[in-house]
Design a binder for this molecule. Structure first.
Ligand code: SF4
Length: 191
């Protein structure tokens, strides 16, 4: 089984999709959108290789605290072959799976990158399209720019869940302070 090249994992976050989620930032992205907020995740040789089963074991420790998994990065579909078994395992555990990609869904359905249709088949929600710094998103949660599209691939999440409403939940930014003094920001701007 292929290992997943991982840049970061947050066990429980409310900043990366509907509800509380287990978020996996993968390492490596060849798309390289100008203005990307995660350029340190471009290099496919960096990060840490993690077996899908190992990641599922980590997910199991917080299974009762999350309603889904979010895959982002980096470019998840550059690791579609390795991520598909992890995504399948998450769904077998009753969790929803959301992925952010800089590719378009039409490319993914056509098999580009390799293994993309198999990963796509495990998703409930896909946010697609490259980040466009000239088109900042102001109305929808989780998307970075207004060209990006939400594809509801199953009935697990309802269209409109991404829309910020008056009096409702707004866009969320989370800050995590590490024991070594590092600060990790997630939620916005994002993939
Ligand atoms: S925004 Fe996403 S697709 Fe674009 S360069 Fe950054 S990680 Fe890659």
């Amino acid at each position: 089984m292929h290992a997943i090249r991982v840049a970061a994992v947050v066990d429980v976050t409310e900043a990366e999709g509907p509800g509380a989620r287990f978020a996996v930032w993968v390492q490596g992205c060849a798309i390289r959108c100008p203005g990307c907020c995660n350029p340190h995740m471009f290099d496919p040789a960096a990060g840490t290789p993690v077996e899908p089963g190992e990641l599922l074991a980590r997910l199991d420790r917080v299974r009762d605290q999350v309603e889904g998994v979010t895959l982002l990065g980096g470019e998840p579909f550059e690791q579609a072959v390795a991520l598909a078994p992890f995504a399948r395992g998450a769904r077998e555990r009753g969790l929803s799976v959301l992925a952010f990609t800089g590719h378009l869904i039409e490319e993914l359905r056509a098999g580009n990158p390799p293994g993309a249709p198999e990963l796509l088949a495990q998703l409930d929600l896909l946010v697609d399209g490259p980040y466009r710094a000239d088109l900042p998103e102001t109305r929808r949660r989780w998307a970075g720019s207004s060209n990006q599209r939400f594809h509801f691939l199953t009935e697990r999440h309802s269209p409109g869940v991404e829309t910020v409403r008056a009096g409702g939940p707004d866009r969320v930014v989370e800050l995590r302070f590490g024991p070594d003094g590092t600060v990790r920001r997630s939620g916005w701007p994002e993939d």
